[in-house]
Design a protein around this ligand. Sequence first.
Ligand code: SAM
Length: 283
Amino acid sequence: MMFCDAVRLLRAIRPMEEYRYVGLGHWQFVDFELMRREVGVRSMVSIEIDTARKARYEENKPFAEIDLLFGDAFEKLQEIDLHVPTIAWLDYLSKLNSTGLRDLKLLTAELPPGSVVAATFNCRPDREDQRLDTLIRAVGSDVVPGDVREDALDIVGLPRIQRRILVEQLDAVASARTPAARLQQFMFLRYVDRAPMMFWASLIVDETVEEQAGSVPLSRLEQFRDGEDFLEVSVPWLTTREVISLNEQIRGGHVPSVRGLERDDCKAYANLHRWYPIVPLPF
Ligand SMILES: C[S@@+](CC[C@H](N)C(=O)[O-])C[C@H]1O[C@@H](n2cnc3c(N)ncnc32)[C@H](O)[C@@H]1O
């Protein structure tokens, strides 16, 4: 929802119907549903590496316009026309690794300016004495900045270092384009979805879209983050009854609390409730 809210602003660059969405939809296609319904993107490509259950993916496709490609992202990205303005979100479950970097470098090198490159990565720290070795094994020793130390790869440090590597690697690709481009980061957040995850998104900008990109008010968004400090999104697990009770108190202008719920969960809900699904849904 936060990402959709941000990319909707790109209509200052071109109509949303001219954008294509490229993602890893799984069989849930949650991101595809949102991109279609909330943002208005029509043309869509979902890539899926799991070829053992093709029928299930096909069966759950919510829109006819989704082109579902089976295979590895890097291979399939080279088969589609990368010169179409695109919002690409590679929603990995793994940590940052050389295959993810390779996919994102390809997108950064090829997509037209005004396109978005976004990714999700796991950011759970590894065993304390193995953190640096694991990172080096995942992305390559030439890619890990020389000043990264084992103790910097903790719960706060790992998302930051993964972002730093991503930014350094993709910036180099962007600046090698003709004309030279840059990545304008507009989101960096951390949340927990079984494991701690990080989400990062940037706009590809070059001189041909510089002026229009400057008129996209991304920096006014509450979820905007353009540096190494991530937005912490804490999503409490709540029942429908609890949400109704919390909403009732928020409506009355009170700091919400519910018997049996942790104060932190109530606070997290109060901070987040503008993004939460409407409970109960209107008929
Ligand atoms: C976290 S799920 C995506 C969830 C989906 N975006 C949603 O919001 O409902 C990641 C999906 O990408 C697939 N995947 C992971 N790595 C891939 C790769 N390198 N190439 C193609 N598909 C990949 C996985 O099999 C999985 O179905």
